[in-house]
Design a protein around this ligand. Sequence first.
Ligand SMILES: C[S@@+](CC[C@H](N)C(=O)[O-])C[C@H]1O[C@@H](n2cnc3c(N)ncnc32)[C@H](O)[C@@H]1O
Length: 394
Amino acid sequence: MSAIPFAYDVRFKAQFDLSNQEYSLSGTLRPQSLNELASCLALLRDSINRVRGVFYVNVRRLSQMNNLAFHAFARVLLDASRDRPDLQFVIVTSSVVGWTTEKFGRLSRIQPAIKVQEYDANFYPGQSFLEEGGFIPVLRTQTKMTWRHERDILPRHGMRPGIYMADICCGIGDFAALVQREFTPARIVALDHSRSSLAYARRVASEFKISGIEYVYGDASEMLLEDNQFDLVTCRHSLQIFDRPALILKEMYRICKPGGRVYITNEKISQCLGEPRGESIQWTYNELSKLFTHFNMDLELGPKSRHYLMDAGFDDIRAESIMVTNLDGDPQDFADMIHAWENTFAGEMSQKRGDDPEFIEQFRKGFQDHIFAALHPKGYAGWPIWIASGRKPL
Ligand SMILES: C[S@@+](CC[C@H](N)C(=O)[O-])C[C@H]1O[C@@H](n2cnc3c(N)ncnc32)[C@H](O)[C@@H]1O
């Protein structure tokens, strides 16, 4: 890799990566005088001289920038865009540091050769279903079902009172709230990229007088959290819906303390089962797996968890699987969960793929048969989940 770390102090870093033609700025850039920026600006000018075609400026991890710095960088970029009409400038911002899109957007209004791209406006294929609130009933019913198992399982994977933990892709925050009550960690951060889910999480926490959970808006594949902070980093049912799971694992590894653990849960959705009406149920879950594949999500990831953890550099990997069933508690809870799945998967998702009405009818039928099996006095209905954790080497 041709990254040349150039200007670096504890507050900010500037570097250039020639292979991606990308200059990136991260951290807090609040100089009192232009001298403090001299090396960053020199690197910027030098980087521009070395590229052809498109030049990227990545400010996705730039948490603060004062006006002095902004104007100095803006001047170099505006001058360069005039001197190099052959070049296109793309400034890559992120909604996680929301001011960047607005602030750098001013440059493209002055100079059309400078474009601003908010990298996470549309950054993974299932984003619209997962982040816009329709998914909330699915998450609520799922955690209710899995908690009965995970409460007993978590201590085998590093959960204990007094730890620092982070729940990444926390959804509506119900897992964090349950952990807070049951295991009393000393610190708990819950991060997600869905504003509606986080708003829901904060509302529930305040209604139920649960305090101490830090809900954070962020991108799991590029977090603003610092290195080596947490004893336990969890990520449930989410590596499977992001099209680049290894990126999230890499970040989880980074924020985990050496000797701490990363805990993940995932499904293999085609293995959902039930009796009676097993065949129809099987057909629907095979189709459900294909539906997720259509949106670049791997709902078959569960048994691949060990592989992912090993590739990410973890050791002491522990893996187990559970079958959540209609017999775990009130069978109606299981039925409610499948009902929420039917609404979302055979509703919005199936329509978005453009499925025809006959397909949707048969697709719905399998979910309804799963509910039938769950509520049948002699029936059995199951949802298998793969759980794995790995230790960050000391
Ligand atoms: C299937 S839900 C699981 C939520 C929660 N962990 C649970 O088990 O209930 C996936 C979550 O991942 C979040 N997500 C997906 N990609 C993300 C990313 N790059 N950064 C942060 N959150 C992300 C979505 O907003 C959604 O809340």
